[in-house]
Design a protein around this ligand. Structure first.
Ligand SMILES: [Zn+2]
Length: 169
């Protein structure tokens, strides 16, 4: 880029040139200074002195530029500035109604096994069905108990006996 004065063709000093001056000190004294407001990130805005012609170009490029002494104008494109709305938190709905007289799997396990030992598989399955209907156990607890019971029932007599001796007093 040509760093010489556009009027007298003398070399402009570096600092002056990088500030946007295109005329040397001598020639630029003819032209009144304008100001261009710069909005760097984080720090506040500052006014950079530039020549009128440079200011015209900068203002065209920088829509946030404001006239010195004039009102600070809000940015015209608000979309660029609005932060995305935080999404409302969705509270998880309880999967099923809570019954406070319900019995957990662990609490109903031993009784289930004892019923099975005394009355057999079919009676125990019906018993669990009744417990679930009366909301004494959840569907999940019933399914777990039925699964365990079915696994035990499918063992041969010898393995079943071993299972009971090992796991149930
Ligand atoms: Zn000059």
């Amino acid at each position: 880029m040509n760093q010489n004065c556009i009027k007298c063709d003398t070399k402009i000093n570096d600092e002056r040139f990088h500030l946007g001056y295109r005329e040397c000190v001598e020639c630029s004294s003819v032209e009144p200074y304008s100001a261009h407001v710069v909005y760097p990130h984080k720090t506040g805005a500052y006014v950079q002195p530039v020549s009128s012609s440079v200011k015209k170009d900068l203002d065209r490029l920088d829509r946030r530029a404001v006239k010195v002494g004039g009102k600070m104008s809000a940015p015209t494109n608000l979309k660029e500035w609005t932060m995305p709305e935080p999404k409302p938190k969705v509270e998880p709905k309880p999967q099923q109604k809570v019954y406070y007289n319900q019995v957990s799997f662990n609490d109903s396990y031993e009784q289930t096994i004892n019923t099975y030992k005394k009355k057999g598989y079919v009676v125990t399955i019906n018993y669990l069905k009744q417990l679930f209907k009366k909301n004494k156990i959840t569907m999940s607890t019933r399914n777990q108990l039925v699964n365990v019971l079915t696994s035990i029932h499918m063992l041969n007599r010898k393995d079943r006996k071993r299972y009971f001796n090992g796991y149930v007093g």
